[in-house]
Ligand binder design. Structure first.
Ligand SMILES: N[C@@H](CCC(=O)N[C@@H](CSS)C(=O)NCC(=O)O)C(=O)O
Length: 300
């Protein structure tokens, strides 16, 4: 387990080898194998874009959907870098083959599998990915209580090529929730993109009734860590149940039916959601507390 303050992928790697500096003081070398996953052509990405940057086409971005749990997985890669280093946010076990197929077809090199939190409604694809693509590192917050290769917290940056994600702790749905935000800088995507997990959903938010959930904390997280981002920041949540794909900070500040209320009204809404527990909860939470390595620990 590597505590992390700074993750930067170096530009010094050949097509099949990636050198990752996990800390400026502790350089580490990781050999990544080629992806050997069987291609599944029947499954395709749901939504896509080649770049959201105002600069040279640099960020490759895909929004991928898993329909049973209505989960979004996000693929990001720096395609201006010779090795096209890529990462996945919130992969789902059931769609790992589809996601790895896209990564292979696009000639990307998967470096990291990140989770925004310990999910209760599906098993993360992280463990399966690590068993299929050697060298991929799992990332989650320390506060999640989960096992992983790398732990992140507020202020950490996760580099893939010359692009990076900034980590913001956004607890409230669970204790260990984080939001990953694309970097603020001249060569970073503009507008910025926030991968909010379940902290904020489009016109909604994550429930707060289990896994250390707390509505006051969620309210404060969203207002201090997400609503303070530029209003044109794109919001990409971990779920959508209504057919939405993307929103913006400004749009949610104006139209989110829960988070536009004052704190007391918000708490009242959250206490009266009356949602049933996720069907997969008893399987998903223990599996996700080991980052999806539950069936793989003896094999890896
Ligand atoms: N029916 C689904 C679970 C739906 C659910 O509870 N979603 C969560 C996020 S996954 S833990 C949530 O926070 N929903 C908020 C909302 O307002 O819907 C299942 O059985 O898996």
């Amino acid at each position: 387990m590597l505590p992390l303050r700074f993750v930067k992928t170096s530009s010094l790697f050949s097509p099949n080898i990636l050198f990752s500096n996990f800390s400026p003081k502790q350089p580490r070398t990781t050999l990544l194998s080629l992806i050997t996953t069987k291609q599944l052509r029947s499954q395709s990405p749901m939504a896509s874009s080649y770049t959201t940057s105002s600069h040279a086409s640099k960020l490759l971005f895909r929004q991928l959907f898993e329909k049973e749990s209505s989960t979004y997985t996000y693929l990001l890669a720096d395609i201006s870098h010779p090795d096209k280093p890529a990462l996945l946010i919130d992969p789902v076990d059931k769609t790992v083959d589809r996601d790895l197929c896209v990564i292979k077809e696009l000639g990307l090199k998967l470096v990291y599998a990140l989770n925004t939190h310990v999910h209760a409604d599906h098993v993360t694809g992280t463990g399966l990915i690590k068993s299929k693509v050697l060298g991929v590192k799992s990332i989650i917050s320390k506060a999640s209580g989960s096992k992983a290769d790398i732990f992140v917290g507020t202020g950490d940056t996760v580099y893939f090529g010359n692009l990076f994600l900034e980590v913001r702790a956004t607890p409230g749905h669970t204790l260990g929730c984080v939001t990953y935000v694309t970097g603020d800088g001249p060569d970073q995507p503009n507008p910025r993109m926030a991968f909010t997990g379940d902290a904020i959903l489009i016109r909604g938010c994550g429930r707060t009734d289990f896994q250390g959930g707390n509505s006051t904390q969620l309210y404060n997280s969203v207002h201090s860590q997400i609503f303070t981002l530029p209003k044109d920041t794109l919001i990409y949540p971990a779920h959508d149940y209504k057919g939405f794909t993307v929103s913006t900070v400004g749009e949610e500040m104006q139209h989110n039916p829960r988070l536009t209320k004052d704190e007391e009204a918000f708490k009242n809404i959250m206490e009266n959601l009356n949602l049933s527990y996720p069907k997969m909860m008893d399987i998903a939470v223990p599996a996700n507390l080991v980052c999806g390595m539950q069936d793989l620990t003896s094999k890896s």
